[in-house]
Design a protein around this ligand. Structure first.
Ligand code: ATP
Length: 934
């Protein structure tokens, strides 16, 4: 406007370019242009800024959304994982552990559990996330865990519902007979117990306790029960009643659920104290306390709730009826909330009273008691003319079922038993072995028993002081190793060859061809026992450096042993890894073993065992149930069965009866892996020695029962044992002395120990054990009394055995080129010719230099070294392989035999009783002497 005014108005100047108004117009125009430009710039800057802001906002929102989605997803994933884990745990148990109250399972046929139920579902747990709530089943351990439910005044009913839901599920899903409820309602009228107030015996112990006297008496009885279990039943810290129900060894003692439904006025301070104490101490004995406590009320006698909560899951029900999980990890504390369930109703009550209680009374799931099955059968009169058989359980129709091997038509020469851990495989082997020794006298049957796994399952077949072994057992390997197993298999090949020879000779003399055991017996009247070789975890004997030899021996044995009456039964957890890489040899061995037993095996394992496709499990799920097939897996030969249980006490009783009936035999060979041979295991063989014999141990095999040389006077008859392991070496020499002292023919022998071992070393323990056991039969001399050795060692009426231990610790050095007499030179040089036999431990073979030139003359050489060249140098003959740890090669330089691998004698935990009434020992003889040793 102003511009146009200047252009057209009275101030219009001359029409030249630089007149003032024009310049002004230009200036104004320029200013306006500039202003316009600035406005445009400002507007675009504002637009840019707005856009950036929007972008930023968008980005932040997207990132937040993403982060939230991610955290929600990970919450869901974690919840899913937990849900799956819980579902898996719950699925293992019967439906009663988790199905809703309306579910048909409560009305259907009893879904009998086969294993102790781990957890039960009690309620629903809601986990709050920013965007949603994730729900999970809230589960609690079914057995042995305390639960405390506190509640606000408004939360009484939901709190009791929680308790009732838990107890109902725990009881309903428990193995019948494994759980009893002890309902306490001090001061109440049962209204806090719902359906649980009307349960029959034996589900509850004697009904609801409500009065002060009843509650007190019940708690006292429970405390005594805990005391009795702790002092008379449970062994060691790891043993617990719940654990026993889980492994099937509880022997019918039920766990207890003490339901304290409200600490009413009749719960006096003393009783409350008892309840607290039960919660603290009862867990090991399967006693769990479920307590519902009004948080607003004073606890009796100043008891602190925190003490009770120490060993319990704690839930708190608030006035809205929801619960918080107080004992949860702190992070969950504020985000987790429990939705309390409805109380169990009439369907559950009906199930408990009309299904479960009668089942418990009937004793469903009780094991088949083998002793009952055997009681009706004759004992000790069976003949193994053609077969070896014994009852091991019940078939599906309740008739007894037998395992059978032999050389009759349609009878398997041997068998394979497969069952995963806990399926009852070892129990079945025990049952078979015991039923066999009960049925047959020892002339009819010989057993070779190997437990190849680390454990002591077969220890009961070895003799112990005061508990002789059954005479049928010729060899038992406890934690046996592959070398020993090969020794046993090789021995059986020798038996096989020996029998073939006998058959041939009898054929010649009788003019009739004798092909098998039965014919031999018929023609000659002589009974040769059938032989049964049983190996648990047999795959372990077909491994390591002896693997090839073991497979080859087994192969020959199963192919040729049948007619000679040699049978094998091999057990394992799985055939999967057995004989990998030796297809044809494995097939050739397994083909012979036609008896097949699968205990609680999965279908793929059964398919391997039966060599056909098996799609379903062939067992009832119970321990010891499975399928027996006498025809190498032929489908029509499957027999479902339940193995019988013979518990440890019954087995002991049965073995004692057999020993009373048949006596025992000194011929048993016991191997405890490469740990040596306990003196008590070979006590009968030692007692049978006709002349004093220096026994060093047992061969890593079966025969002869012991390796030793008679103690006959002669130059060089003394032992040098080279072994680095101090404890084992001292143990061996000490046990050799004990072994001599147990021989009646050595009753007049003298024993001297030259003890050069330091006082406080663990290695001297076996020596102290044996010298204490020898008592006055032994004389101990130290380095300072060594000069008296010749005098002591010549006092006994019979031979004298002088153990020298700890040379490396002593300053003794027998001069090499000096004629000056030295007691050790006398011991090694003159001693042996005068019936004084040195038994000397050298920590390394070249330590013998300390003994001077006479030491080298000692001929009985043993070496535990790992280098066969060194061993060969020391024992004078190179052995085929190095001795495994704990063993040594023995060779008599004066003998004609080959080196023998020996499981050395060791005193073991307990030595057998020493020989009564032996002639006065060396200690007594020297007692009055002026040089009496200290
Ligand atoms: N026939 C049976 N009846 C009832 N209970 C049984 C039976 N067999 C085994 N059990 C129970 O199952 C538990 C495990 O049995 P066992 O030791 O024989 O199993 P396993 O298969 O040898 O296991 P592992 O290979 O781990 O030693 C035993 O404690 C026993 O009480």
């Amino acid at each position: 406007m102003r511009i146009s005014a200047l252009h057209n108005g009275p101030f219009r100047g001359p029409a030249v370019a630089d007149d003032g108004p024009t310049r002004l117009v230009h200036a104004v125009e320029a200013a306006e242009d500039a202003a316009r430009h600035l406005r445009t710039l400002a507007a675009s800057a504002a637009e840019r800024e707005r856009r950036r802001l929007v972008d930023d906002q968008h980005e932040i929102a997207t990132a937040a959304r993403r982060r939230q989605a991610r955290s929600t997803a990970s919450l869901f994933a974690a919840a899913d994982r937990v849900r799956l884990d819980i579902a898996e745990l719950l699925e293992r148990g019967p439906g009663y552990a988790h199905a809703g109250w309306e579910s048909p399972v409560w009305a259907e046929q009893y879904d009998e559990p086969v294993e102790a139920t781990q957890v039960v579902r009690v309620a629903t747990l809601g986990l709050a996330s920013p965007s949603s709530i994730v729900e999970l089943p809230f589960v609690l351990p079914a057995l042995g865990g305390n639960v405390v439910i506190t509640h606000a005044p408004g939360g009484t009913a939901p709190a009791h519902n929680l308790a009732q839901a838990f107890v109902t599920r725990a009881l309903a899903s428990a193995l019948p007979g494994s759980l009893r409820v002890h309902p306490l309602d001090p001061g109440g009228l049962g209204q806090n117990l719902g359906i649980l107030s009307r349960l029959p015996e034996p589900l509850v112990a004697g009904g609801v306790r409500a009065t002060h006297e009843e509650v007190s008496a019940e708690l006292r009885a429970l405390r005594e029960h805990v005391h009795r279990l702790n002092s008379q039943v449970l062994l060691g810290d790891d043993d617990s009643l719940v654990g026993r129900w889980q492994t099937g060894s509880a022997g019918g003692i039920p766990c207890s659920l003490v339901l304290a439904a409200g600490l009413g006025p009749n719960l006096v301070a003393d009783d409350a104290q008892q309840l607290w104490s039960l919660a603290r101490t009862g867990q090991r004995c399967g006693v769990a306390v479920i307590a519902v406590i009004d948080a607003g009320r004073q606890l009796p006698g100043g008891l602190a709730l925190t003490d009770l909560l120490e060993n319990a899951e704690h839930l708190h029900v608030d006035h809205e009826g929801g619960a918080t999980w107080e004992s949860s990890p702190p992070v969950l504390h504020h985000n987790a909330r429990i939705r309390c369930p409805n109380p169990p109703g009439s369907a559950q009550h009906r199930f408990l009273t009309t299904v479960l209680a009668p089942a418990v009374r009937r004793g469903v799931n009780r094991p088949v008691v083998l002793a009952d099955l055997l009681a009706t059968q004759p004992a000790g009169t069976g003949s193994t003319l053609t077969t070896v058989a014994a009852t091991v359980g019940q078939s599906a129709n309740g008739s007894p079922i037998e395992l059978r091997v032999g050389d009759d038509e349609d009878v398997a020469i041997g068998g394979i038993v497969v069952g995963p851990s806990g399926s009852g495989k070892t129990t079945l082997l025990h049952a078979f072995i015991h039923a066999l020794v009960r049925r047959y006298p020892p002339e009819e049957l010989e057993l070779y028993l190997l437990d190849m796994k680390a454990g002591v399952e077969f220890a009961e077949y070895a003799p112990r002081p005061g508990r002789p072994a059954v005479p049928h057992v010729r060899a038992v390997g406890i934690e046996a190793d592959a070398t020993f197993a090969l020794g046993v298999l090789s021995h059986l090949l020798t038996v096989d060859a020996g029998r073939k020879r006998l058959f041939k000779e009898a054929s010649v003399s009788s003019g009739r061809e004798i092909k098998n055991l039965a014919q031999y017996r018929e023609v000659t009247g002589e009974v040769l026992p059938r032989v049964l070789f049983v190996a648990d975890e047999f795959q372990l004997m077909l491994a390591g450096p002896t693997e090839d030899a073991a497979w080859d021996t087994l192969d020959v044995l199963v192919k040729q042993g049948r007619s000679q009456g040699i049978h094998v039964l091999l057990a394992t957890q799985s055939l999967n890894s057995v004989g990998a890489g030796r297809g044809s040899q494995k097939a050739s061995v397994f083909d012979q073993l036609e008896l097949r037993v699968g205990l609680r095996c999965k279908p793929d394992e059964l398919s391997l065992l039966f060599d056909r496709t098996v799609r379903d499990r062939l067992d009832t799920g119970r321990r010891g149930s499975g399928v027996l097939n006498q025809a190498r897996g032929d489908k029509d030969a499957d027999q479902l069965f339940q193995a019988g249980l013979l518990d440890a006490d019954e087995r002991q009783r049965l073995r004692t009866d057999v020993v009373i009936r048949d006596g025992s035999s000194p011929r048993i060979r016991v191997s405890r892996g490469s740990g040596g041979v306990d003196v008590s295991d070979v006590a009968p063989a030692l007692a049978a020695a006709a002349e004093p014999t220096i026994y060093l141990g047992a061969p890593v095999g079966v025969e002869p029962p012991l390796v030793g040389v008679p103690a006959r006077p002669g130059d060089g008859r003394g032992l040098l044992l080279a072994a680095r392991d101090e404890l084992r070496a001292v143990s061996t020499i000490s046990a050799v002395l004990a072994g001599l002292a147990l021989q009646p023919s050595a009753d007049d022998a003298g024993f001297v120990v030259v003890d050069l071992l330091p006082e406080r070393i663990p290695g001297r323990r076996p020596l102290d054990q044996v010298t204490e056991w020898l008592g006055r039969r032994v004389v101990t001399v130290g380095e300072d009394q060594l000069d008296l050795l010749p005098s002591f060692a010549t006092r006994a009426a019979g031979p004298t055995f002088v153990a020298v231990l700890g040379l490396q610790y002593a300053g003794i050095e027998v001069p090499y080129y000096d004629d000056e007499p030295h007691p050790l030179a006398w011991l090694c040089g003159t001693g042996p010719s005068t019936s004084v036999f040195p038994l000397i431990w050298l920590d390394t073979p070249d330590r013998h230099r300390k003994l001077g030139p006479h030491g080298e003359r000692l001929q009985l050489r043993a070496d535990a070294g790992a280098d066969i060249i060194d061993t060969g140098g020391f024992i004078g003959r190179r052995p085929p392989f190095a001795a495994s740890r704990g063993r040594f090669w023995f060779h008599d330089l004066a003998g004609t035999g080959e080196p023998v691998l020996v499981d050395p004698l060791q005193p073991g935990e307990q030595l057998p009783p020493s020989r009564p009434g032996v002639v006065a020992g060396l200690g007594e003889r020297l007692a009055g002497s002026s040089e009496a040793p200290r």
